[in-house]
Design a protein around this ligand. Structure first.
Ligand SMILES: NC(=O)c1ccc[n+]([C@@H]2O[C@H](COP(=O)([O-])OP(=O)(O)OC[C@H]3O[C@@H](n4cnc5c(N)ncnc54)[C@H](OP(=O)(O)O)[C@@H]3O)[C@@H](O)[C@H]2O)c1
Length: 256
């Protein structure tokens, strides 16, 4: 891998959660290409180790840790691992998340509600607290993955929509509170993006795909790299005056 022109993340140490597939795996490649040392985290060890090996083979510095973001203790150990191994934490992309099969709100059971909110909201909470602790002296940049579902509602996804709205709230709260420590905290709100989550959804009903494409002016799904590029930019000094923001990467979906 050639570290690209400008190498916006050269010398930065970045932790990426949800790095075993989709947007997070694309982010691992984009961040590494832009010069970052990356620590990849998720639950599927085989995926992480394969991706870390791929990045190292291309000349990047990459490690992986298995992690369930719902468990604050595991998050703490992952952040500690990063700081012990690489000396500091400069950037974090809190991207791990889950969705449910689309279900009317009154039929969703509490276990599913808990799984979504524990992963998407408490997971970001757990990550933020330990990452901020590690960045207090040095400053840094954090990006949380929300969704267009964090800005507008759609039917039959209530826990997901609530959790992604809350991620934007947490992002703003952290941005305001830690600006004096030179820690920037932003969110991205992706629209429809090709990933396992979306491929599963399309596989269940081919009509879903055509309908989803019609929901945005650009009328297609994003490649995960297009979303990862936005996260990398927010983590870089090129976004030095951007904090507390939510950047839509949605093909115009929320402009309609
Ligand atoms: N694809 C879209 O259209 C879209 C749109 C808006 C927002 N998003 C958001 O983008 C993020 C990434 O999703 P994706 O689309 O790339 O789907 P994906 O391929 O299913 O990726 C989800 C990632 O989250 C990880 N993860 C899930 N639960 C976890 C847990 N408890 N602990 C640690 N890691 C966990 C998964 O890894 P393991 O299973 O290995 O743990 C996987 O790496 C999510 O937050 C999602 O809500 C996606």
């Amino acid at each position: 891998m050639t570290v690209g022109e400008g190498a916006a993340l050269a010398g930065r140490v970045a932790l990426i959660t949800g790095a075993s597939s989709g947007i997070g795996a694309a982010a691992a490649r984009v961040f590494a290409r832009q010069g970052a040392t990356v620590v990849l985290a998720a639950r599927r060890e085989d995926r992480l180790s394969e991706l870390a090996a791929e990045l190292r083979a291309r000349g990047a510095e990459a490690s992986h840790r298995t992690l369930d973001v719902r468990d604050g203790e595991q998050v703490r150990r992952t952040v500690e691992f990063t700081v012990e191994r690489y000396g500091r934490l400069d950037a974090a992309f809190n991207n791990a998340g889950v969705a449910l099969p689309r279900t009317p709100m009154h039929l969703i059971d509490d276990t599913d509600y808990d799984r979504v909110t524990e992963t998407n909201l408490r997971g970001v909470w757990n990550c933020l607290r330990h990452e901020i602790t590690a960045m207090l002296e040095t400053g840094g940049a954090i990006v949380n993955t929300s969704s267009v579902g964090g800005l507008v509602a759609s039917s039959t996804a209530a826990p997901y929509i609530a959790s992604k709205h809350a991620v934007i709230g947490l992002t703003k709260a952290a941005a305001v509170e830690y600006a004096p420590h030179r820690i920037r905290v932003n969110a991205i709100a992706p629209g429809l993006t090709r990933s396992e989550m979306i491929d599963d959804w399309f596989a269940r009903s081919p009509e879903n795909e055509a309908r989803a494409h019609r929901s945005a002016p650009q009328a297609r799904a994003a490649d995960p790299e297009e979303v990862a590029e936005a996260a990398a930019w927010l983590c870089s000094d090129k976004a030095s005056f951007v904090t507390g923001a939510t950047l839509t990467v949605d093909g115009g979906r929320t402009a309609w």
